[in-house]
Design a protein around this ligand. Structure first.
Ligand code: AHZ
Length: 310
């Protein structure tokens, strides 16, 4: 056999509703010849619905009050989530991603070429994640960007203190005036199903949901249909205080340093990282080199904790 799995034998029932299945196959390894006798343990369709919905609603309830909300599950947001979740297992971290598929623009290295370039010292983050690369001197190359993204994503999702709400769009921010300082603080997000957010014009009333958070980390990428979401909101949040710079042309050397250096708490309670920062600060884009996304995420985790621990 190509693969030896202990598929035959008895599936034990944990509750009376679950049926015990005695496989007709003799105990031992299933060989190809045994596929005729193969069957799954039976299930009632409602059990599948309940298995999904009860967990989702329990998560909605649990994360309605989150410690950290990360908007956008691209390379910057997920890098930050990894560092935060690993170092602070007691924090509740909700990740809100507009797309059905998390990962942002990071499934290919650039255009349709799959290898992914990261300039040093971002290779240290790859070492942390145990991702192999070729060392080219000042930069390293991962054989496929999807290897980076899938590894990062699987590690983030394994942390028990992280919940990813995908197909969910952040439509607006919750703001509160601080009673002592009078400052306007970002204190959560207004969310909606992405399919609803895309169709507001065609629906009469599809009100949103909310999540309160102590700190918001926005990593929604540069301007686009949903992108640069919090950056754009900054202007209306604080009047003249925040004039958006708007992303500038491509310069890999300037852009990557600027993004990592600029990663910070931009408004009270709101940290911005990744390419969204280029819209805030008017810095360059870097194109297909991803070191700044990883390290901006690492720095954002520090910035988030500084705000959280204030
Ligand atoms: O779907 C978006 C993507 O997955 C998600 N997103 C955007 N707006 C959202 C909203 N609510 C929820 N309102 C939202 N989710 O945010 C994610 C952003 O991921 P990204 O990969 O686009 O951004 P990043 O900053 O992590 O990485 C940027 C990568 C780039 S762009 C670039 C260039 O253009 O020069 N170079 C690099 C390395």
């Amino acid at each position: 056999p190509l693969l030896t799995l202990p598929l035959s034998g008895t599936f034990s029932a944990r509750t009376p509703q679950q049926v015990t299945v005695d496989s007709e196959a003799a105990n031992g390894d299933v060989k190809f010849a045994d596929w005729d006798k193969f069957h799954f343990a039976p299930i009632r369709e409602s059990a599948v619905s309940r298995a999904m919905t009860k967990r989702y609603f329990a998560d909605l309830d649990k994360y309605a009050e989150s410690d950290v909300v990360i908007v956008g599950a691209g390379s910057a947001g997920l890098s930050a989530a990894y560092v935060l979740a690993k170092n602070r297992p007691e924090l509740k971290i909700a990740i809100i991603e507009a797309s059905v598929s998390p990962g942002g623009g990071c499934w290919l290295g650039g255009q349709l070429f799959s290898a992914m370039v990261l300039r040093k010292p971002a290779h240290l983050f790859l070492d942390e994640l145990n991702i192999a690369y070729e060392d080219e001197g000042n930069y390293v190359v991962v054989k496929h960007a999807a290897l980076f993204m899938s590894t990062l994503m699987s590690k983030v999702l394994e942390f028990p203190n992280v919940k990813l709400f995908n197909a969910t769009t952040v439509e607006d921010l919750i703001t509160r005036r601080d009673e002592t300082t009078g400052e306007l603080r970002v204190s959560g997000v207004v969310t909606n199903w992405t399919l609803v957010a895309l169709n507001h014009d065609t629906q009469l009333c599809m009100d949103p949901n909310t999540i309160n958070a102590s700190v918001l980390l926005s990593t929604t990428g540069h301007d686009g249909p949903f992108g640069a979401f919090c950056a754009k909101r900054l202007e209306s949040l604080s009047g003249d205080k925040h004039k958006l710079g708007g992303m500038r042309g491509l310069d890999m050397n300037l852009a990557e340093d600027a993004i990592v250096k600029g990663t910070r708490e931009v408004a009270p309670g709101l940290v911005i990282a990744g390419m969204e920062l280029a819209e805030v600060d008017g810095s360059n884009r870097m194109g297909p080199t991803f070191g700044a996304m990883a390290l901006s995420g690492v720095k954002a985790a520090e910035a988030v904790l500084n705000v959280f621990d204030e």
